[in-house]
Each structure stands twice: as C-alpha cells, then as structure tokens.
Design a protein around this ligand. Structure first.
Ligand SMILES: [Zn+2]
Length: 352
C-alpha cells in the first residue's frame, strides 16, 4: 500500500515537473544538479549548461566547416547525452567563426529559444566574409538576438538553489572595478592594443549556491586587466574555463591568479592553444587542484602540459572522437564532479 502510494506520488510529481512548455527537459532532472559540458570542437568553443530546472544554455558553437563536424558533436551532446528536445538559450561570446560557426546550422536542426550576443557590428576588420556569415545568424535568430552588456543577468530560471549568470565584460566594457584590492594587479604588463573582436568578448560569471564559474570567451590581456585591476570585482572562483583556448594573448596572471580557481578546463585543440606560458601561469595558481585539457597539445612534451589522465582527446584531429569534459554541480552547490566523457571516472571537488 505504502509502496503503491509512493509510486503514485512519483508519477504525480513527474507530471507536475515535466509539465508543458519551456524550459525543455533534462533526463536527470530529478537530481537537482547543474551540468556543464565542454564539448570538443577542436580548438573552438561550445559549452552547454543544463540547469536543475532543465533549462539549457549553449555558449558558442564551434567551427562552421568540416561537413558539420562541430554541429553534429554539439547536437549529439544536446539530444543524446543531455536528453534535451530544444536549446532554450544560445549565446555568442564574440564574432569569430570558431565561436558562432554553428548557431544557424543548429537552428535548422533543433528549436532554439533565445539568442544572446554582444550586439552585431556592421563589419569586422579581420573577417572579409563577416557580412555573409552574419546574414545566416540574423536569419536563424530572426533578427531578434538580445544584446548583453556588463552588469546584465541572464534570466535563467532558478530553483531551490539560487542560480545566476552575470555578464562581466562585453564589447570592451567591464563591470565597475569595485571590491578588495587585487594583490596580483602588479603582474599586469600591458600589451599592444588588441583591435580584434577577441577583446570584445562577452564574459559570464555563473553562480549556483556557493559554486562559482568564470568563462571569458577569447577576452584578451588588456581588457582582462581593465576588469581585474587595481581591484578584484570577481572574487575567487571554483572553476575557470581557460580563456582563448589557452593562448598567451589572454590569461593575464593579474586575472588568473586573482580568481584562484580550484579546477580549470582548457578548450584547446591538438595544435591550437595550450601554450606553455599559460600552463606556467596556471601552475602558479595557489588553489589549483586540476587542469583538464580537451586535447593533448601534440607539439608539447608530456611534462609540459597536464597529466594524461586529465586529457580528453590525445589524437590529432583526423582521428579524434571528440570526447567532452563534463562538470556536474551538486544540487546544493556544495561540491562538484568533473569527468572525461560518459565513462570517465568522476573526480569530486569541494566548493570553496
Ligand atoms: Zn576562439
């Protein structure tokens, strides 16, 4: 009797939870966890978030070419691994093809709710084909993409554990430089001005309970310093998505050492990113317990990068299976696991 009562309550709960309308639903919704998938797009970026409410956000979408390679890898994680029927929100950090390569191609295959970006410029000095590429994006978003500015909050649904995503940089602007003095500010040595769209990247600071995660797209050196000197308005974080695939024009130590991440995930390719200077900066981070790389940097020796057990893909691109890295944050935000692919051994970290 008791058992059938429980079964009935579970059924009723399932009906209430699955409900109707958006957000779309996640297979393990009942766990209350927040999942983050770092999808391998061979040195581009595509990061999928699935909230406990089943709401999804895809930041960036890999390269547009190679017969839909990155589009298909993203779709596989979205539909098969995460069990989603639609993508509720897509965002673009900046207008480079390894970051918005598949927004339009994805929209042709799966329903997308909202499009978010930094605003669409009329032209892009570094990309002669920008006008054609952006026409596809405009069509896919029905010209309804919403512009993000520093200080904005992405309006994702929050459940029992408070969830927020704050925009901290966009279009070379940053949030106010409030907060305690940054003891690493003096490590900033200015570089030549970066006129490319990298410097205009949108940066996202996610919090889920006490858990905090920072993703800055391809934000470059001087804007990192603009955000993080002389004061530290971000504080410390648990996870850091290594900026710009681990290239040394980004990952200013004034930022990386101040946010002091416990776990870092680098979305590099076999020959792109994962630069020794960035590895060196990460190795100087006091609290860092683990660095995950989506790829082995085939040009570096084993001891010049993270340990083999923390590398998702070891082959060159031609033989690559595109294994993802997944972080899963506990329902209360108090701890999280990180694993490589569906079968990888999850390692557990405590939220700071
Ligand atoms: Zn990039």
């Amino acid at each position: 009797m008791l058992r059938s009562f429980f079964r009935l309550s579970l059924l009723l709960a399932a009906i209430v939870v699955t409900g109707f309308g958006s957000p779309s639903l996640h297979a393990d919704e009942s766990t209350g966890r927040l999942d983050i998938y770092f999808i391998d797009v061979e040195g581009g970026a595509a990061t999928l978030f699935v909230t406990p409410a089943g709401e999804s956000l895809l930041i960036d979408s890999g390269y547009p070419d190679f017969n839909g390679r990155d589009r298909d890898r993203i779709l596989k994680v979205v539909t098969e691994t995460a069990g989603l029927k639609q993508i509720d929100n897509v965002a673009v950090t900046h207008w480079h093809r390894d970051h918005y390569g598949n927004h339009a191609a994805l929209a042709a295959k799966i329903r997308i709710g909202n499009f978010w970006d930094r605003g669409i410029p009329d032209a892009l000095q570094e990309d002669a084909q920008f006008v054609d590429r952006i026409a596809d994006y405009r069509r896919a978003s029905e010209n309804q993409s919403k512009k993000l500015e520093p200080g904005d909050m992405l309006p994702l649904e929050s459940g029992k554990t408070p969830l927020g995503i704050k925009i901290v940089t966009a279009s070379r602007n940053v949030i106010a430089n409030d907060g305690p003095p940054n003891p690493f500010a003096k490590l900033h040595v200015p570089k030549k001005r970066d006129a490319s769209d990298n410097a205009a990247s949108v940066s996202f600071l996610l919090s889920f309970g006490k858990f905090r995660f920072l993703c800055c797209g391809d934000l470059t050196w001087n804007i990192e310093a603009k955000l993080m000197t002389p004061n530290n308005p971000i504080g410390q974080v648990d996870m850091y998505m290594v900026t710009h695939h681990g290239l040394p024009s980004s990952n200013n130590p004034a930022l990386v050492r101040a946010i002091d991440p416990r776990v870092a995930v680098m979305c590099n390719g076999p020959t792109k990113g994962g630069h020794p200077d960035v590895i060196k900066t990460l190795r100087q981070v006091k609290s860092l317990r683990a660095l995950y790389q989506l790829h082995r940097n085939v040009k570096l020796k084993a001891d010049e990068q993270t340990a083999a057990a923390y590398i998702a893909n070891t082959e060159p691109t031609t033989d690559c299976k595109g294994v993802y890295v997944k972080a899963s944050i506990a329902a209360d935000g108090g701890s999280y696991t990180v694993q490589i692919g569906a079968d990888g051994k999850p390692r557990t970290y405590k939220t700071r």
